[in-house]
Design a protein around this ligand. Structure first.
Ligand SMILES: NC(=O)c1ccc[n+]([C@@H]2O[C@H](COP(=O)([O-])OP(=O)(O)OC[C@H]3O[C@@H](n4cnc5c(N)ncnc54)[C@H](OP(=O)(O)O)[C@@H]3O)[C@@H](O)[C@H]2O)c1
Length: 245
């Protein structure tokens, strides 16, 4: 899939796992279209690297996302891979004082609706481009069983898992592969202050890229690869482990 230079749309490519993916894919000769909100980080990418286009877009806004997709389908006819990486996680529990009602919708828009909207609006560009393409969704080990905190986050990742499977069936007869990368704890801003046992964003990115090259539909990164077997042997053990994750 990545053996020849491709044009890749990468959401959230300015930080964390996305930035590690950006650096590795760029060094392999690919052209990157990076989407995020922070203009300073986008400008810094644009001035440091060649073969990069950046778009400032708040993916939680349907209007901004539609305008972004219009520009991309006009300006990047060679787009063949979308990596839906941008994500957010709010931690409060429903009964916590700082639980925000508005955050429910915001988190759902960024983590679930944005990848679905992007897939829908840019699929015609991917299909039009006759070479092998892919939609790659970054999900989480929490798709197997949720944790206690971040109920909406867990639900959005489970929804992305389900969506990835259905879309894969729908695109079976096309040259567009649907890939899901299932992540363990990774050392990024999202997990700042969390306990040990995190892998580096660089290692996470490398394992995702290896999985894409091996044409896997589901890429289990790090310790997440233990979960399918553990789920078969003892689903209740997995639930106990994950509720404290
Ligand atoms: N870190 C982990 O342990 C872990 C585990 C499992 C799964 N994941 C998944 O991996 C992906 C990347 O996570 P990460 O830890 O690398 O996150 P991160 O370091 O917090 O980076 C998030 C990226 O998403 C962008 N972003 C956030 N909200 C956005 C919005 N509304 N519109 C556009 N861009 C937005 C951010 O840029 P701006 O702020 O400039 O918009 C940033 O580039 C996420 O989908 C996450 O759920 C992470």
């Amino acid at each position: 899939m990545l053996s020849k230079p491709k044009t890749i749309l990468l959401t959230g490519g300015t930080e964390g796992i996305g930035f590690a993916l950006f650096k590795q894919l760029h060094s392999q000769g690919h052209t990157l279209i990076v989407v995020a909100r922070n203009q300073q980080r986008l400008s810094s990418l644009q001035s440091t690297y060649d073969r990069v286009s950046t778009y400032k877009c708040d993916l939680s806004s349907r209007l901004e996302l539609e305008s972004l997709c219009n520009k991309i389908s006009l300006n990047h006819l060679d787009l063949s891979i979308i990596i839906n990486n941008a994500g957010i996680q709010y931690t409060p529990k429903f009964l916590d004082n700082d639980f925000s009602f508005d955050a429910i919708e915001h988190e759902t828009r960024v983590n679930f609706l944005a990848p679905v909207w992007l897939s829908s609006l840019l699929l015609p560009t991917l299909i039009e481009h006759k070479n092998p393409g892919a939609i790659i969704n970054i999900s989480s080990a929490l798709i197997f069983a949720p944790k206690t905190n971040s109920a909406i986050y867990c639900a959005t990742k489970a929804a992305i898992h389900s969506f990835s499977q259905s879309l894969r069936y729908q695109l079976e007869q096309t040259h567009v592969q649907v890939i899901e990368a299932i992540m363990p704890l990774v050392d990024t801003a999202m997990t700042a202050g969390r306990r040990d046992g995190k892998i580096s964003p660089e290692s996470a990115a490398q394992q995702i890229i290896n999985g894409i090259n091996q044409r896997r539909s589901e890429i289990y990164v790090g310790k997440a690869r233990l979960l399918p077997t553990l789920m078969r042997v003892s689903p209740s053990l997995v639930k106990r482990i994950m509720r404290r994750y």
